[in-house]
Design a binder for this molecule. Structure first.
Ligand SMILES: Nc1ncnc2c1ncn2[C@@H]1O[C@H](COP(=O)(O)OP(=O)(O)OP(=O)(O)O)[C@@H](O)[C@H]1O
Ligand SMILES: [Mg+2]
Length: 286
């Protein structure tokens, strides 16, 4: 079935009342269609105690591509990102409601083990957080826990492949026993990406992964993200409009807990529909 991606719930009008649209009574303008939705979110709300941080988000996320979440500080980007691997569950007082399907399966159902889910849906944070272990052991950590390798040779293979995919192998292959924390910030960020990749995830969530990096390390990370999108669903929060424009195919603009506008990145940045989006991307608010 064709999945629909839209900035608002206009999509349901299109699905349910095409005749109204033909009659010109419903204006559907910002819709994008795609077949490969990885996630389907319906009426997703995140509460912290009595605060509702997200007010009912309806949104699909494409597979094999980069979706950027943008918007002013406090609008709910990180809260939304954490919905996809149930990281909000780990925050005292946080509560998620609504429906989140991954490949059609409800990830909040009782059958889902959040620990296993987080192996399928990896996460990379603003500040790289290598474990206080060697480079090798950082990457081998997940595969060991999840029993992904039977022999040392197999584990070596996973570590090398993951570091290659993380764009770091050439820089560290002769110092795998050195501490991960001894790498540069940009290298650490690629190390934690390699660590996420090592458990063979389907999705990689990134929350401002480049905000602590210099321009050269950022450029390397962006090249890496561009390569990874061939095989992974990537959702990235960024405060850099230029970065969102460079690396994402879809962009979602959030404002005060609402999804204001969602669609093709090129469209959002060249011809946004909503004045709030326009003000934000032109630097008038934020
Ligand atoms: N652990 C928490 N406890 C209580 N309130 C929280 C918590 N985390 C976020 N919030 C609140 O939820 C709202 C959304 O926060 P969130 O961190 O998702 O925004 P954001 O868009 O990621 O912002 P930023 O760009 O500054 O990272 C804010 O009002 C914030 O204060
Ligand atoms: Mg945030």
């Amino acid at each position: 079935m064709t999945q629909l991606l839209t900035s608002t719930n206009k999509v349901s009008y299109r699905a349910l009342t095409p005749e109204l649209e033909l009659m010109g009574q419903v204006n559907v303008t910002t819709e994008t269609e795609f077949d490969n939705a990885k996630f389907t979110c319906r009426d997703v709300r995140v509460h912290y105690g009595s605060l509702e941080a997200l007010h009912g988000i309806d949104m699909n996320i494409q597979d094999n591509g980069v979706t950027a979440l943008i918007g002013p500080s406090g609008c709910g980007k990180s809260s939304f990102l954490r919905v996809f691997n149930r990281m909000n569950d780990t925050i005292t007082g946080a509560r998620v409601s609504g429906e989140v399907l991954m490949d059609g399966q409800d990830i909040y159902s009782n059958d889902i083990d959040p620990v296993l889910l987080r192996a399928r849906v990896g996460m990379v944070f603003q500040k790289p957080n290598p474990f206080p272990k060697s480079i090798y052991d950082n990457v081998a950590y997940g595969p060991r826990i999840h029993g992904l390798a039977e022999t040392r040779v197999e584990l070596d293979g996973i570590v090398e492949t993951s570091l290659r995919k993380g764009g770091l192998w050439e820089e560290v292959k002769d110092r795998l026993d050195d501490p991960g924390t001894g790498l540069s910030g940009g290298q650490q960020q690629r190390l934690v990406i390699a660590r996420a990749i090592a458990v063979d995830p389907e999705v990689i969530l990134m929350d401002e992964p480049a905000s602590a990096l210099d321009p050269i390390a950022t450029a390397k990370l962006e090249v890496l993200i561009d390569e990874l999108k061939e095989n992974y669903c990537i959702v990235i929060v960024t405060h850099s409009m230029a970065q969102a424009a460079r690396i994402s195919q879809k962009t979602a603009f959030f404002h005060m807990g609402d999804l204001v506008e969602y669609g093709e990145t090129a469209k959002i940045f060249s011809n946004p529909e909503d004045k709030r989006t326009q003000d934000y991307i032109t630097g008038r608010t934020g």
